[in-house]
Design a protein around this ligand. Structure first.
Ligand code: PLP
Length: 394
């Protein structure tokens, strides 16, 4: 059976070019970049080249790039640094729809006695800028708002929020794990202080991340140890993965616009086809302010998990809600925050595409999904109830 992988917000395939570039750094060029000898020196140069490549994709300076172990570490490091650098401030602003890498950090902070404002979103998953502004106070140490939502792909106006935070002398951090490589980012044009990204969302391996820290931003290391990363993150560098991430960023920057437009047209074709052929289906999240690759679709009155299993039987890999909440039958915190009705939230599927997906794959999904939904609705008590209700109303 052919695998059709449309779960790229969960993780992505390592690009063959990335793998190829990393390989020698396991068995041949295995030096420690901190070593004085030539063997370490050549590795150090390659790490610095990777830093330049990452900076290149982000419109940043190489010195602003700190390599970490993952997106989660970067999020933790950013928030903890702002609190440690501003010990007199005890308030954090974030949103209700953050990834657990931020959401669970602020829950922990609440237990430690910090005041936390988690901003609500509307039915389209959007923030109110008035509420964002109102939430910031003299006691706010950090505002952390994700750039793109991992479940719906909805984009937040983080550059505008960063400018607002800057005018009040508040540190601004964004979790851009899902945004990098999918929408243009130019750190030279905004006032974001810190930004997280993760390698495995853009065709580099799992277990490598970056925290961007703008020059001049005060920073307290999260992983305390050696002098690596300019004393900002202890631990011998994960050399092959850093090199892989550098290559992945270079690839992401190549034909950026064309690749993402193609992905968007595949996503739009998928959505149009599914909405047309399946009644009582809807897109979750604002249709415009959205990543080009992501589609969260609700098929009312069916269970997302049952759809996923049937899709999996056909070789299609997608997700229900967020990868991190699958296994639990509770609708995701993101869809709940958006007020998606229970019957729709339960039947939500996330398709997330990459530039490796093809038109034929989309055609196959469009062929396979409608009969699956029909079959599941035939055995769904909720669907029967809905049909009876609509018949008696008409
Ligand atoms: N932030 C967002 C928005 C994500 O989607 C993810 C991963 O799903 C993370 C953070 C965590 O990244 P990592 O898996 O590298 O820790």
């Amino acid at each position: 059976m052919k695998t059709i992988y449309v779960d790229n917000n969960a993780t992505t395939q390592v690009a063959p070019e990335v793998f190829e570039e990393m390989t020698p750094y396991f068995t041949e060029l295995y030096g420690n970049p901190s070593s004085m000898h030539f063997f370490g020196g050549q590795v150090e140069r390659k790490v610095e080249e990777a830093r330049e490549r990452v900076a290149g994709l982000l419109g940043a300076r190489p010195q602003e790039i700190i390599f970490t172990s993952c997106g989660t570490e970067s999020d933790n490091a950013a928030i903890m640094s702002a609190l440690r650098c501003n010990p007199e401030k005890r308030h954090v602003v974030t949103t209700r729809v953050e990834h657990p890498a931020v959401k669970n950090v602020v829950s922990h902070l609440k237990r430690e006695g910090y005041r936390v404002t988690e901003l609500p979103v509307d039915r389209q998953g959007l923030l109110s800028m008035e509420e964002v502004s109102r939430a910031m106070t003299d006691d706010t140490a950090i505002v952390s708002v994700m750039w793109a939502n991992n479940e719906t792909g909805v984009l937040f106006p983080v550059e505008e929020i960063a400018a607002m935070a800057k005018s009040r002398d508040i540190v601004f951090h964004t979790d851009a794990v899902q945004a990098v490589g999918k929408i243009p980012i130019n750190m030279a044009d905004n006032q974001i202080d810190m930004m997280s990204l993760s390698g495995h969302k853009l065709h580099a391996p799992k277990g490598i991340g970056v925290l961007y820290v703008r020059r001049g931003t005060r920073f307290a290391p999260f992983v305390i140890g050696g002098h690596q990363e300019g004393g900002r993150r202890g631990g011998t560098e994960n050399v092959p993965y850093i090199i892989g991430l550098g290559k992945a960023c270079e690839l992401a920057a190549t034909n950026f616009k064309e690749k993402n437009l193609r992905v968007k047209s595949l996503r739009d074709k998928l959505e149009k086809g599914l909405l047309q052929s399946i009644e009582n289906s809807m897109i979750n999240g604002d249709r415009e302010q959205r990543l080009p690759n992501t589609s969260s679709i609700s098929f009312e009155y069916v269970e997302g998990e049952s759809i996923l299993l049937k899709l999996s039987d056909k070789g299609i890999c997608a997700s229900s809600g967020s990868a991190c909440t699958s296994g639990s039958l509770e609708p995701s915190h993101v869809l709940r925050a958006m007020g998606v009705p229970f019957t729709a939230a339960h039947g939500s599927i996330r398709f997330s595409l990459s530039s490796y997906n093809t038109e034929e794959e989309i055609d196959y999904i469009l062929e396979v999904v409608p009969p699956i939904i029909e079959q599941l609705r035939e055995i769904s008590p909720f669907w029967k109830e809905a049909v009876i209700r609509s018949c008696s109303a008409s």
